[in-house]
Design a binder for this molecule. Structure first.
Ligand code: HEC
Ligand code: HEC
Ligand code: HEC
Ligand code: HEC
Ligand code: HEC
Length: 216
């Protein structure tokens, strides 16, 4: 009987299987690479409803972060300031500015401004600002130099590997408490000595790498 299919087709299912496995591995790898926080989140800079500038308010006017982010020392969340905080100044300063129209409307209508969230950990991650601020980890270690940003962007990956890297060796990130919101602080020559002293004093148990610390 004449062969309808050439002989190699006997192996066709095998070729298909190999090809599928390769496709799965390659697409999996690509998704993993491009979806990893290291590649998509760093540099994330959403457009905000009001052109509020950290460079103007912190860099030029010298305001401290905690004037607006009042929760940062005492609670898990830093908190975005309410309209009232802005209007303390802007009912007088630039009171007619077009750029502040939404702020004035927000005050009149008693509706919050819809700021767009920049930094966001997944829901299954537990993060706490106060746990870091109270041991002397400064904002800039995790947010970069905010005082130079006209528009806030994500400067660090916020991935699990990034968290663990610092937890394994936080020494270079521990600073004196009066430098917490300093955006240009760098570790001095005697940093190792200072870090050792702080770790003993504050009972910092580096490494905090226990899974349940961040996944509760
Ligand atoms: C005058 C008030 C004010 C001061 C002072 C201020 N901020 Fe902000 N900050 C805001 C407002 C309003 C937003 C929300 C809009 C935006 O993202 O730009 C914000 C957003 C942020 C965000 C992004 C939040 C998110 O959505 O992930 C970070 C990080 C931040 N501020 C850090 C700082 C640091 C660090 C300092 C001090 C160096 C500081 N801020 C000082 C008002 C302030
Ligand atoms: C301590 C006083 C103070 C506070 C509080 C404050 N600002 Fe300002 N803001 C200023 C000053 C001063 C300027 C610069 C004005 C200038 O350029 O002459 C300014 C400029 C601005 C501008 C640019 C206005 C324009 O037309 O150029 C915007 C937008 C703005 N602020 C938004 C905000 C928002 C939003 C908040 C609250 C999160 C806020 N500010 C809180 C003092 C303040
Ligand atoms: C150890 C790293 C770290 C330090 C230090 C840190 N942050 Fe954050 N910050 C984060 C992470 C991670 C998020 C996202 C948290 C989430 O989604 O639950 C965040 C979110 C924020 C937000 C938006 C959400 C919120 O909590 O209100 C603001 C505002 C903020 N940080 C301001 C600050 C300021 C101001 C300081 C310094 C006084 C600071 N952060 C110090 C890591 C840090
Ligand atoms: C720049 C350094 C640094 C980074 C980055 C960092 N941490 Fe921490 N974290 C610390 C230090 C230091 C402590 C204090 C450890 C202690 O008190 O024993 C701490 C403590 C904590 C605690 C409290 C632990 C406890 O048992 O009380 C949690 C939760 C935590 N970190 C979560 C995170 C998460 C989630 C991230 C990443 C999104 C992160 N941290 C990134 C330095 C860092
Ligand atoms: C210092 C904080 C911290 C500790 C400790 C930690 N994780 Fe995570 N983990 C994170 C963060 C932050 C993310 C989210 C990363 C992202 O945004 O993709 C994460 C994500 C994950 C994910 C989701 C998949 C992924 O890789 O994105 C798994 C699974 C996970 N962690 C398991 C663990 C296990 C198991 C341990 C203990 C060996 C552990 N984690 C310890 C912070 C931590």
């Amino acid at each position: 009987m004449a062969q309808i299919f050439p002989k190699w087709t006997n192996k066709a299912p095998l070729y298909v299987a190999i090809a599928s496995v390769l496709i799965i591995i390659i697409t999996g790898g690509l998704i993993n690479y491009y979806a990893s926080p290291l590649n998509i989140d760093v540099g994330y800079r959403p457009i905000q409803p009001v052109p509020y500038s950290h460079k103007v308010h912190v860099g030029d006017l010298g305001m401290d972060c905690r004037f607006c982010h009042t929760g940062v020392e005492y609670s898990p969340v830093a908190m975005i300031p309410p309209t009232k905080t802005c209007m303390n100044c802007h009912n007088m300063i630039k009171a007619d500015s077009e750029n502040l129209k939404l702020i004035r409307e927000s005050q009149q209508n008693k509706t919050p401004v819809q700021w767009v969230r920049v930094h966001k950990s997944p829901d299954y991650v537990y993060f706490d600002h106060s746990a870091h601020i109270t041991v002397g980890v400064g904002c800039a270690s995790c947010h970069g130099n905010i005082s130079e940003m006209e528009v806030v962007f994500q400067a660090k990956p916020l991935s699990m590997g990034w968290c663990l890297n610092c937890h394994r060796n936080p020494d270079d990130h521990l600073r004196p408490f009066d430098k917490i919101t300093n955006m240009t602080w760098t570790p001095p020559a005697n940093q190792a000595e200072f870090a050792a002293k702080q770790k003993a004093l504050l009972d910092i148990k580096a490494p905090t790498t226990d899974c349940t610390g961040c996944h509760r």
